[in-house]
Design a protein around this ligand. Structure first.
Ligand code: URA
Length: 230
């Protein structure tokens, strides 16, 4: 909650707590996991009240060519370049590769962000894929039942062939886990390559109505549903 107030990072907060500078309702707390009810408890740092920053939940339609990072050492455009108008500092919920487009969630609600990205949390992520070859039913079945990657076997996935055009298969894949470059690595594991990747859904949140490069705020209902599944 200290980091949510905008006063400092979570690392700062831990140091301040360890140093006895933080009090809840006038009583100094010593453990970082001390439970605080933002609606009722009064939190102070060095005796001064900390106001909680308003929570904000953003759904961005990330274009290809944008890096999912705050500042890119190579000077490439970042997803934050697309968020003018969002006053609070929001962190990304997971990441999309430079060459992936689609739905990226950002929020200053660290609790929800941590839950959505934790390996135990199985929120569905749906992608549209263009593969570099015509894929056989057997290859799609392999993706469905799980393939072995260098960080272990993948969980069963939902896979639907959308169309074959010329030399390429377009398909939809829904994963309930989110490892680094997972879709690309899975497609490589069955002997092809991803030519185009778009994330179209995370849990109940979809790209519907969003233009590429634009963002919208999530509705209270969307936030409630994302929280329920965590
Ligand atoms: N899987 C990938 O391979 N890349 C992404 O950006 C997201 C999922």
């Amino acid at each position: 909650m200290i980091s949510q107030s905008g006063a400092g990072s979570r690392t700062d907060a831990r140091k301040w707590i360890a140093a006895g500078r933080v009090a809840v309702n006038g009583v100094v707390v010593r453990t970082p996991d001390h439970w605080v009810d933002p609606a009722r408890d009064r939190l102070t740092l060095d005796g001064r009240a900390l106001e909680q920053e308003e929570r904000v939940y953003v759904a961005l339609y990330k274009p290809r060519g944008y890096v999912t990072t705050y500042k890119d050492p190579d000077g490439r455009p970042t997803v934050y370049d697309l968020l003018s108008g969002v006053r609070q500092f929001v962190g990304t919920v997971g990441r999309l590769d430079l060459d992936t487009s689609g739905l990226l969630l950002l929020t200053n609600d660290h609790g929800l962000a941590d839950r959505l990205t934790s390996p135990e949390h199985h929120v569905e992520k749906e992608y549209l894929v263009k593969a570099a070859h015509l894929l056989t039913d057997e290859q799609l079945n392999q993706l469905r039942s799980g393939v072995t990657l260098d960080d272990g076997p993948t969980r069963p996935a939902k896979v639907k062939r959308l169309r074959d055009s010329g030399k390429y298969t377009h398909f939809e894949i829904t994963l309930a886990e989110g490892r680094n470059r997972q879709v690309r690595r899975m497609v490589e594991a069955v002997g092809s390559k991803v030519l185009k990747l778009v994330r179209v859904r995370v849990g109940v949140v979809t790209l519907e109505g969003l233009e590429i490069g634009k963002y919208r705020l999530l509705s209270a209902n969307e936030v409630r549903t994302l929280n329920k599944k965590s």
